[in-house]
Design a protein around this ligand. Structure first.
Ligand code: ADP
Ligand code: MG
Length: 364
C-alpha cells in the first residue's frame, strides 16, 4: 500500500461561538448556509509516494468518496510511471538504454513516447542544458542509485571520454514507435522532468473527473488550480538551504511552481560537495547556483526549465528562460544573491526580507 496517510477535513465552519443578537436565528441561518458552505469548504488531503518523493494531493469541493476514488486512480498512474520511467531499476527505460548501448533499435512502450518527444523539444529550447541523454554521466558521478553517493569524483579521463561522445537528445529517432540512436553513449534519464510530467498527468485526471480546486505537491514542486475558500491558493517556495519556506506565491488560475536545487542530493568528498545537477558541457556538477524557482503553466516544462536554468547560472539564465518561454524565474547563487525578472518580483513574497543582494533583470 503506497498511501502513507489520509486526512480528511470537513466544513471548517465556526460553530459554538456566541452570535449574541443572532443567537435565536442561528439554527435557521445555519440550515440555509451549511449546504452551500460545506460544499465549498470541504478539504480532502492524501499523501502518496512516488519517484522517491512524498506527493500531497489536496482537493476542495467534491465529496470525500469521489476524492478518494480519484486519488486512487492517480496513485495507480504514479506507480506505473515509476516502473516505466525508472533509469536504473529493471523496466522499459532500462531496456531502451541497454538497446541503445548495443546499437540496436527497440520498440518503445506508448507511455514513454510523449516524454521522449517533449523532452527532446525542451533539450533544443534550452540549448542542450536540459539534457536527459546524460544518464551515462549521472551514472559515472554515482547519481543513478537510491542512496546519495560518496567517495572521490569519477576519473577525469572517464568524463573526457563521455564529453567526446557528447550524448544528445537529437541523436534519437523514433519511427512508428521504434527508437534508434546513432550515439551508443545516449542513456535516457528523466530525473529532471518526470516529477513535473507526473504532476501534469495527475492534474489532468483531477480535471477530467470534474475537480475544480486542487494542488498536487511533489515535495515542494507543485501545480495548483482553482481556489481555496474563494481566494487564490498561496503556496510556498522551498528555501535554497532546505530550511523550510523561502517565500510564498499566489497561484493565478492554473500554474506550476518548481524549484531545482543543489542542496538536496549531492556527493561529498573531503569537504567538497558535488551536487546532482550536471553541466553537460563540462561533465561536472553545477556548484555556484543554489536554486532556481520557475512559475509556468505546466509542471513538465517548469521542471525542465528549473533544471536548465541552474545549469545556465547567473550569466545565462535570462537568455535560456526567454528561449524556453518562461515568464517568471528566480535564481539564488552560492553567495545568496537573488536574480529575478520584474514580473517574478511582483509575485514573490519573501518570508523574511532577503539580506542578500537582489539583481533585477530585464523583462522576460
Ligand atoms: P529536484 O530533483 O531537486 O527537483 P531536478 O528537477 O533539477 O531536481 O532534477 C535533478 C535530476 O535531473 C538529477 O538527479 C539527474 O537525474 C537529472 N539531471 C542532472 N543534470 C541534468 C541536466 N543537465 N539535464 C537533464 N537532467 C539532469
Ligand atoms: Mg527539474
Amino acid at each position: 500500500m503506497i498511501a502513507l496517510s489520509t486526512q480528511t477535513r470537513w466544513g471548517n465552519i465556526l460553530l459554538g461561538k456566541e452570535y449574541h443578537g443572532l443567537y435565536l436565528w442561528l439554527p435557521l441561518l445555519l440550515s440555509l448556509l451549511l449546504p452551500a458552505c460545506s460544499k465549498q469548504l470541504e478539504v480532502y488531503e492524501q499523501r502518496l509516494y512516488v519517484f522517491g518523493t512524498l506527493v500531497d494531493i489536496t482537493i476542495r469541493g467534491v465529496s470525500e468518496e469521489k476524492a478518494r476514488q480519484i486519488t486512487a486512480l492517480i496513485d495507480t498512474d504514479f506507480q506505473r510511471m515509476h516502473h516505466d520511467w525508472h533509469a536504473w531499476e529493471p523496466g522499459p527505460l532500462v531496456d531502451i538504454n541497454t538497446a541503445i548501448s548495443k546499437g540496436e533499435s527497440i520498440q518503445v512502450i506508448p507511455s514513454l513516447l510523449p516524454i521522449i518527444q517533449r523532452s527532446t523539444e525542451l533539450y533544443g529550447d534550452s540549448d542542450g542544458l536540459f539534457n536527459p541523454a546524460i544518464g551515462g554521466l549521472l551514472s559515472l558521478w554515482g547519481f543513478q542509485r537510491n542512496e546519495p553517493p560518496n567517495g572521490p569524483p569519477p576519473d577525469k579521463n572517464d568524463i573526457k571520454q563521455w564529453l567526446v561522445q557528447a550524448p544528445a537528445m537529437d541523436e534519437i529517432t523514433v519511427k512508428e514507435g521504434v527508437l534508434h540512436s546513432s550515439n551508443p553513449g545516449v542513456q535516457l534519464d528523466f530525473g529532471a522532468f518526470a516529477k513535473g510530467y507526473a504532476v501534469d498527468i495527475a492534474i489532468e485526471t483531477l480535471k477530467k473527473h470534474g475537480v475544480q480546486h486542487a494542488i498536487v505537491n511533489a515535495g515542494g514542486d507543485l501545480r495548483a488550480f482553482g481556489q481555496s475558500e474563494g481566494r487564490p491558493w498561496r503556496v510556498g517556495v522551498r528555501h535554497p538551504q532546505g530550511k523550510g519556506v523561502l517565500a510564498s506565491i499566489e497561484i493565478n488560475g492554473d500554474e506550476s511552481v518548481f524549484t531545482s536545487g543543489n542542496y538536496e542530493r549531492y556527493r561529498e568528498h573531503e569537504g567538497v560537495r558535488y551536487p546532482h545537477i550536471l553541466d553537460p558541457r563540462s561533465g561536472i556538477p553545477v556548484q555556484d547556483v543554489t536554486s532556481v524557482t520557475v512559475i509556468h503553466s505546466n509542471g513538465a516544462d517548469a521542471d525542465a526549465a528549473a533544471t536548465a536554468l541552474v545549469v545556465a547560472g547567473p550569466s545565462e539564465w535570462h537568455r535560456i528562460a526567454k528561449k524556453m518561454g518562461i515568464k517568471y524565474a528566480m535564481l539564488v547563487d552560492g553567495e545568496g544573491t537573488v536574480y529575478m525578472n520584474p514580473a517574478m518580483q511582483k509575485r514573490v513574497q519573501f518570508q523574511e526580507k532577503p539580506s542578500a543582494n537582489l539583481v533585477l533583470s530585464e523583462r522576460l
